[in-house]
Design a protein around this ligand. Structure first.
Ligand SMILES: NC(=O)c1ccc[n+]([C@@H]2O[C@H](COP(=O)([O-])OP(=O)(O)OC[C@H]3O[C@@H](n4cnc5c(N)ncnc54)[C@H](OP(=O)(O)O)[C@@H]3O)[C@@H](O)[C@H]2O)c1
Length: 306
C-alpha cells in the first residue's frame, strides 16, 4: 500500500481508506470479511459518520471488528458529526460531546483516532467548538481533529480558535466531480468549469499541509450511481478500459490512480462493500499515470481544455 502524509504531522496513513457509509446494509459477518480483506491490503483507515445508516453502520462495524479477531489498534478509526438529518447542522458543544459518546458506544471503542465536523454549520461558534475539542482531547476520546466539506476561509476561521492543529478536510472529488481542479484550469474563463466552487481549496490544503480526503471516488457527480461500467458514461468507460489494459489492471484502480496522481497526496475514501471491488480499487495505489493519461481521463469525462 502506498502511504500519504497525515497532514502536518510526522505520521503516514494509507492512500486508500475504507468508508463505512453503506455498512448498515451488511451483516456483521459480511462486514467482518470486508474489514479483514481491507486490513490485508493495508487499508487500515476507517471513515464513518454518526448519521450513516442512522447509526447502524457504526453498530455493524463494532460487531464486525470483534468478529474479525482484529484489534482496535489495527485500524485508524475516524468518524464525523455535525449533521442532524433533515433538521439542522449542529456544531454546538453539547451536540459534539454527546455525538462522540454515541459513536464510541456504537463502535465499541474507547477513543477515535480522528473526528471531523461533517458539513459547515452556518451557526458555527468557533469558541464553542474549541471548548468541545479541548474536552474531547483532555478526556482521551479523540486524538486528532479535522473538517469535511469546508472551504479555506471556514478552515482558517476555525483554526484561529481551536488549540489543536486541523489535520484533514474531507471533500467530494472523483473523475466525475472535478470542481476543485476545474476552477484552476479555467481561471477567468466563461465556461461553467470556471465557476469557483471550492475557493481554491486544493491549493490551500497543500500550502497549509492539510490532508485532503476524497469521498465517492466511483460515484457520478449527483451520487446516484457508480460511473464504472455505467452506459451513461461511454467515453469515460472506454478510456478507463484502455488504461486498465495498458496498466494490466481494472477500471476501479485507474479511477483511484487518477486521484492519487495529483501532487496534493490525497487519501481516497472508497465505499464499496464488495471485497472484489475493494481489491480492484487497491491496485490503484500501485499505479502512476502519466501526465497525458491523467489529462486524457479528464477530457474523457467531457471537459475541453481552454
Ligand atoms: N464527508 C462527506 O460528506 C461524505 C459524503 C459521502 C461519503 N463520504 C465517505 O466516503 C465514503 C465513500 O463514499 P461512496 O460509498 O459514495 O464512494 P464510492 O466508493 O465512490 O462508491 C461506492 C459505490 O460504488 C459501487 N461500486 C464500486 N465499484 C464498482 C464497480 N466496479 N461496479 C459497480 N459498482 C461499483 C459500490 O458498490 P459495491 O458495494 O457493490 O462495490 C458502491 O455502491 C463513504 O463510505 C463515506 O465514508 C463522505
Amino acid at each position: 500500500m502506498k502511504f500519504v502524509k497525515f497532514g502536518p504531522t510526522t505520521l503516514e496513513v494509507p492512500a486508500i481508506a475504507l468508508g463505512i457509509m453503506r455498512m448498515n446494509k451488511k451483516t456483521p459477518e459480511e462486514a467482518s470479511e470486508l474489514l479483514t480483506a481491507a486490513h490485508d491490503q493495508g487499508v487500515n483507515y476507517i471513515d464513518s459518520a454518526d448519521i450513516y445508516g442512522q447509526g447502524k453502520s457504526e453498530e455493524v462495524f463494532g460487531r464486525a471488528l470483534k468478529l474479525s479477531g482484529l484489534s482496535r489498534t489495527d485500524f485508524h478509526i475516524q468518524s464525523k458529526t455535525g449533521i442532524v438529518p433533515g433538521h439542522r447542522y449542529d456544531f454546538s458543544k453539547e451536540h459534539i460531546l454527546s455525538a462522540v459518546d454515541g459513536i464510541l458506544e456504537r463502535m465499541q471503542v474507547d477513543y477515535l483516532d480522528s473526528l471531523l465536523l461533517h458539513r459547515p454549520d452556518a451557526l458555527m461558534d468557533v469558541e464553542e467548538v474549541a471548548e468541545a475539542f479541548d474536552l474531547l482531547q483532555q478526556r482521551g476520546k479523540v486524538r486528532f481533529f479535522g473538517v469535511s466539506n469546508f472551504n479555506p476561509s471556514q478552515i482558517s476561521l476555525l483554526q484561529s480558535a481551536v488549540s489543536q492543529r486541523l489535520i484533514i478536510d474531507q471533500v467530494q472529488f472523483s473523475l466525475d466531480h472535478t470542481g476543485m481542479i476545474d476552477e484552476g484550469i479555467f481561471v477567468n474563463r466563461t465556461e461553467d468549469e470556471g465557476m469557483v466552487r471550492s475557493s481554491g481549496l486544493l491549493n490551500y490544503c497543500q500550502e497549509h499541509h492539510l490532508l485532503v480526503q476524497t469521498w465517492s471516488p466511483f460515484q457520478n457527480s449527483q451520487m446516484s450511481a457508480s460511473f464504472i461500467d455505467n452506459p451513461f458514461f461511454p467515453k469515460l468507460n472506454r478510456e478507463l478500459e484502455k488504461l486498465a489494459e495498458a496498466h494490466h489492471t481494472n477500471k476501479n484502480a485507474i479511477a483511484v490512480a487518477w486521484i492519487l496522481r495529483h501532487p496534493a497526496q490525497m487519501q481516497v475514501l472508497i465505499g464499496t462493500m464488495n471485497p472484489k471491488h475493494l481489491l480492484d480499487s487497491c491496485e490503484g495505489a500501485g499505479i502512476k499515470l502519466t501526465r497525458q493519461e491523467w489529462y486524457d481521463l479528464y477530457l474523457a469525462v467531457g471537459h475541453d481544455l481552454p
